[in-house]
Design a protein around this ligand. Structure first.
Ligand code: ZN
Length: 105
């Protein structure tokens, strides 16, 4: 044991959807709208990584007038389906959220 292995699910984090395959999603509100999400994922070495996505057309994305940001479209709210795929810039983790589940790309 190296003592550095992180808690899973991450300590103190509210989780909204367990997507499976070591992926957890937490919605983020902005100005009263469900505007994005953090996607936690556990890597093969046990360490934890997280990416952030903004939802198309929602308050947080709309706040970037004139300087658009990358957004994800909510194809379906419940169970959650997003497009396009999610690619983590930190670790290269890549997959889709479809029907409330993580589907590897
Ligand atoms: Zn990652």
């Amino acid at each position: 044991m190296n003592g550095e292995e992180s808690a899973w699910p991450p300590d103190g984090e509210r989780i909204d959807i367990d997507l499976g395959d070591d992926h957890l999603l937490a919605f983020a509100e902005y100005e009263g709208e469900r505007s994005g999400a953090s996607v936690w994922h556990r890597k093969a070495d046990g360490s934890i990584c997280a990416g952030w996505i903004a939802f198309e057309g929602r308050a947080w994305a709309r706040s970037f007038t004139g300087n658009p940001i990358a957004t994800w479209k909510i194809e379906q709210e419940d169970p959650l389906t997003l497009s396009p795929s999610l690619l983590c810039r930190a670790c290269g983790d890549h997959g889709f959220v479809r029907g409330g589940r993580w589907v590897r790309a």
